[in-house]
Design a protein around this ligand. Structure first.
Ligand SMILES: NC(=O)c1ccc[n+]([C@@H]2O[C@H](COP(=O)([O-])OP(=O)(O)OC[C@H]3O[C@@H](n4cnc5c(N)ncnc54)[C@H](O)[C@@H]3O)[C@@H](O)[C@H]2O)c1
Length: 384
C-alpha cells in the first residue's frame, strides 16, 4: 500500500514509518519540524536525543532496502497538500501533523490561534485535496479521547442511540473538550464527518488515549529512537513522573490526582494504526475508533512510577500534590468503550509496569539531560 504520513518526524509518526516499511508498504512522509521548533521555544528538548530527518532516512536505507520518501513543508498550506496528493497519489494518508499540546494552546491568544489555524486548516486542506484529486483514498486521522471530556455516562465510539421526547436517533456523542487544543480536534472531527456526508470520503477518526513509552518492537538502536518530552508543556504526566523519579524530584500529580484518562503503549498505538490502515473502512464510510488499553487515574500513575522505580532501581521518589494549573474535574466517573479495534483483530500487549521498567531504563540512560531539563518540568502554564 502507498501510505503518506503527515507528521512523520513526530513521536508517533516515526515509529509508524518504521513499522510500515518493515511490512513492505511504500512510505511517504511530510513534516515541517514544527514540534522540534516549538519544544525549543519553551526552553526544552526531547529528553531522548533524536536524529535529524536526513540521518533517519539514511539509516533506514542501510537497515532496509527501503526508506521514507520525505517532503518538507507545512500541511496547513493547501498548495503543499495538493502537491503531495497529486504527486504521490496515496492509497491512504495518516494525518498526525498537528499541534498536540494542550498547555501550549492555553499559553495565550497567539498560541491558541496557532493551534486552531494549523490544526483545523491542515485537516480541511487534506479533505479538499482528497475530494478534488483522490476521493477514494483512506484518511486516517488521529483525534483524541480528550474530545469527549469526562461525562458522567459511558463514552461510546463516536455515536450513540438517543431517545428524546418519544423519538429515537443515532447521533454523534457530545464532545466536551478541556483545552483549545482538544477543541481543535473536535472541530477536525466535525469537519471530517461532514466531508464524509457530502462527498463520501472514507475516513477513520481515531480517538486515541494518551500514548506512553520509548520503544516499539522495531526500535532497536539509537538511530531509531523517537522523541520523548518531559517538560510541562509537551510532556504528558507519565513522562514527567518518570523524569522526576530519575531526577530525584518529587512526583507531582496536579490537584487531587483523581483525573482519569485512557492510556496505551506506543507499541499498541502503532499496532492499532497499522490495523486501521490494513483493514480500511468501506468506501464512503466514516468510522470512529476509540483507542486505549486501560484507564488510570493520575494518582495510580504516580504510585506505579514510584513502585517500579523503587523495585527496579532502588529509588525512593516522594509524591507531592501541587495546585492544578488546569480547569478540570479532579474526581469523576470515567468509562469509555473500545470494542471495534478488538473486533478487527487487535489485542493489547501493553503492560504498564513492564513498560515502565523500559521507560525508566531509557530515562536513566539520559540522566544528565534530565538534570538539564529539570527547570521546565513544573507547571507554569495556567488555564485560569
Ligand atoms: N502522543 C499522544 O499521546 C497522542 C494522544 C492522542 C492524540 N495524539 C495525536 O496524534 C498526533 C501525533 O502526535 P505525536 O505525539 O506524534 O505529536 P508530535 O508533535 O510528536 O508529532 C507531530 C508531528 O507533526 C509535525 N507537524 C505539526 N504540525 C505540522 C504542520 N502544520 N505541517 C507539517 N508538520 C507538522 C510536527 O513537526 C511533528 O513532527 C497529533 O495529532 C496528536 O494530537 C497524540
Amino acid at each position: 500500500m502507498r501510505v503518506l504520513i503527515l507528521g512523520v518526524d513526530g513521536y508517533i509518526g516515526w515509529p509508524l514509518a518504521l513499522r510500515l516499511i518493515q511490512r513492505g508498504h511504500e512510505v511517504y512522509g511530510a513534516d515541517s519540524f514544527f514540534t522540534r521548533r516549538r519544544v525549543r521555544e519553551v526552553g526544552s528538548d526531547s529528553l531522548i536525543p533524536i536524529k535529524s530527518m536526513q540521518e533517519r532516512i539514511e539509516h533506514l536505507k542501510k537497515r532496509f532496502s527501503s526508506t521514507v520518501n520525505f517532503f518538507r513543508g507545512d500541511v496547513s498550506n493547501a498548495s503543499f497538500i495538493y502537491r503531495l496528493v497529486e504527486e504521490i497519489r496515496p492509497d491512504a494518508v495518516v494525518h498526525l501533523a498537528e499541534q498536540r499540546s494542550a498547555p501550549y494552546s492555553m499559553i495565550d491568544l497567539k498560541h491558541a490561534t496557532v493551534t486552531m489555524e494549523k490544526n483545523i486548516i491542515s485537516t480541511l486542506s487534506l479533505i479538499y485535496a482528497a475530494k478534488d484529486i483522490r476521493p477514494d483514498m483512506h484518511i486516517l486521522k488521529l483525534g483524541t479521547m480528550g474530545e469527549y471530556g469526562t461525562p458522567n455516562v459511558e463514552i461510546p465510539e463516536g455515536f450513540f442511540e438517543v431517545e428524546y421526547r418519544g423519538r429515537k436517533d443515532v447521533l454523534p456523542f457530545p464532545r466536551n473538550a478541556s483545552s483549545w487544543y482538544h477543541w481543535s480536534k473536535v472541530h477536525d472531527s466535525n469537519n471530517l464527518m461532514f466531508a464524509n456526508r457530502v462527498w463520501g470520503l472514507s475516513v477513520t477518526d481515531v480517538m486515541q488515549g494518551v500514548v506512553y513509552g520509548t520503544r516499539t518492537a522495531d526500535i532497536q538502536d539509537r538511530s531509531e529512537f523517537t522523541r520523548f518530552d518531559i517538560d510541562e508543556v509537551w510532556g504528558t504526566a507519565l513522562n514527567r513522573f518518570c523524569a522526576q523519579a530519575v531526577g530525584g524530584l518529587p512526583i507531582t500529580p496536579y490537584g487531587k490526582g483523581g483525573q482519569t484518562r485512557g492510556f496505551l503503549s506506543l507499541e499498541d498505538s502503532i499496532t492499532c494504526l497499522t490495523i486501521g490502515l490494513e483493514k480500511p473502512p468501506e468506501r464512503g464510510e466514516y468510522r470512529v475508533l476509540n483507542q486505549f488499553d486501560q484507564y488510570y487515574s493520575i494518582n495510580e500513575l504516580a504510585l506505579t512510577v514510584r513502585e517500579v522505580y523503587a523495585k527496579e532501581f532502588g529509588g525512593n521518589a516522594e509524591i507531592m500534590h501541587v495546585d492544578n494549573p488546569r480547569v478540570e474535574k479532579e474526581e469523576h466517573f470515567y468509562k469509555p468503550v473500545s470494542e471495534k479495534l478488538r473486533k478487527m483483530g487487535y489485542s493489547p500487549s501493553g503492560d504498564l509496569k513492564h513498560d515502565l521498567k523500559t521507560i525508566l531504563t531509557d530515562v536513566e540512560r539520559y540522566r544528565q539531560r534530565v538534570d538539564k531539563l529539570k527547570k521546565v518540568i513544573m507547571p507554569r502554564t495556567q488555564w485560569k
